[in-house]
Design a protein around this ligand. Structure first.
Ligand code: GDP
Ligand code: MN
Length: 352
């Protein structure tokens, strides 16, 4: 019964918490939270757990971002729960708002139809903006340009485990581009043409050159569990990394392959005429343009965002049952992790 409480493919002892934090040389990284003023209490709850689990040992700076200016009340509330440096940023309008090229009437009709198909949040313009923003513009916020790595957190999520190594330095030392905790199937009606549009992009000019020969293609394409889903999604398995938790290298997204592909996706207007999520967009980008061995499952990090969780087998996990994917029985079949392990790990025999 081997306890997995940290990755096994790196000299973790070289990236333990410092004894004297004031002398610590940090990785080039920030904790990133897009959040509304009305969610001060919920993000404070997240930060409390995040500090206990990781950041009180390492003191990485927070970057809070919002489409409207943060209130003094919000700032005071989050400062109460961490001593780490904090930055409060208003997102430039052109990185957030619906582009003027979008046909408002067409977008509204799409929102109605998708809502009838029970696509979550399809009728909320702000959610479409959020998905487009996290898909393709967040890493270009001027104040974020100086950072390479980010760890995305959200209001009211839970961190269960004591993380005793610098996760950013782990990515840096292994040259990995992305880390996740949960992988699941998506709502197929939200992404009916995301894959076909991607194929269109790859088939035009010489864009196929961007495809990484060691990409996670099988994970993107095969859905044995529910083939109907993949059919509706135009051949895409709908497997994705759940993006409310992600630790990544923004230079991957800023790179030519992802940038040009995102430009194509954006030009279709389908962040508004459909309801493409940032999670499937990040995941398809990574599955095509990154080496799958550079994508890391943080199986050791206990994490929950309702209704799913990653519950490791380390002894200090008291609040969930090892391996539990959802606290609701009817959601167990949404887990796509077996497919990731099966097809996309560099060496499935070694699950770090
Ligand atoms: P869900 O996790 O898909 O159910 O969506 P959430 O409501 O949690 O939204 C995802 C993240 O984006 C959360 O961190 C929200 O606080 C944030 N968010 C969503 N919409 C907006 C918005 O209009 N403005 C701001 N500032 N944050 C938003
Ligand atoms: Mn959320």
């Amino acid at each position: 019964n081997i306890e997995i409480n940290e990755p096994k493919d790196y000299d973790i002892n070289s990236i333990r918490p410092p004894e004297d934090i004031s002398k610590y040389v940090h990785a080039n990284a920030t904790i990133l939270a897009l959040v509304r003023n009305s969610e001060a209490r919920q993000i404070a709850s997240t930060i409390r757990q995040f500090e206990a689990s990781f950041n009180s040992k390492f003191m990485y700076p927070y970057t809070f971002i919002n489409d409207s200016p943060f209130s003094e009340r919000f700032k005071a509330k989050v400062k109460e729960v961490s001593n780490a440096p904090m930055n409060f940023i208003t997102i430039p309008r052109d990185l957030w708002a619906r582009p003027s090229s979008i046909d408002a009437k067409k977008a509204e009709e799409a929102m109605k139809i998708l809502t009838e198909k029970s696509v979550a949040y399809a009728n909320k313009l702000s959610y479409h903006n959020m998905c487009r923003f996290y898909s393709g513009t967040f890493y270009n916020i001027p104040e974020l340009l100086k950072f390479k790595y980010y760890w995305r957190i959200e209001p009211q999520v839970k961190f269960f485990t004591d993380i005793k190594y610098d996760v950013f330095k782990y990515l840096e030392g292994t040259q990995k581009v992305y880390g996740f905790t949960l992988s699941l199937y998506d709502i197929e009606d939200s992404v009916t043409t995301l894959w076909p549009e991607t194929i269109k992009f790859l088939n035009s000019d010489d864009n196929y050159k961007y495809i990484n020969p060691n990409g996670a293609f099988q994970w993107l394409l095969e859905n044995q569990q529910n083939p109907k889903k993949a059919e509706i999604a135009g051949g895409y398995s709908t497997c994705h990394f759940w993006s409310n938790f992600e630790i990544g290298d923004m230079d991957f997204f800023r790179g030519e392959a992802y940038t040009n592909w995102f430009k194509h996706l954006d030009s279709t207007g389908k962040f508004y005429y459909e309801r493409w999520g940032d999670a499937p967009v990040h995941s398809i980008g990574l599955g095509l343009f990154a080496d799958k061995s550079k994508i890391h499952w943080f199986r050791d990090i206990g994490y929950e965002h309702d209704p799913y969780l990653n519950c490791p087998n380390s002894k200090n996990v008291a609040r969930c049952k090892t391996g539990l994917f959802s606290r609701w029985d009817h959601l167990q079949d949404q887990n796509c992790m077996a497919s990731w392990v099966d097809y996309s790990m560099a060496d499935p025999a070694k699950i770090y």
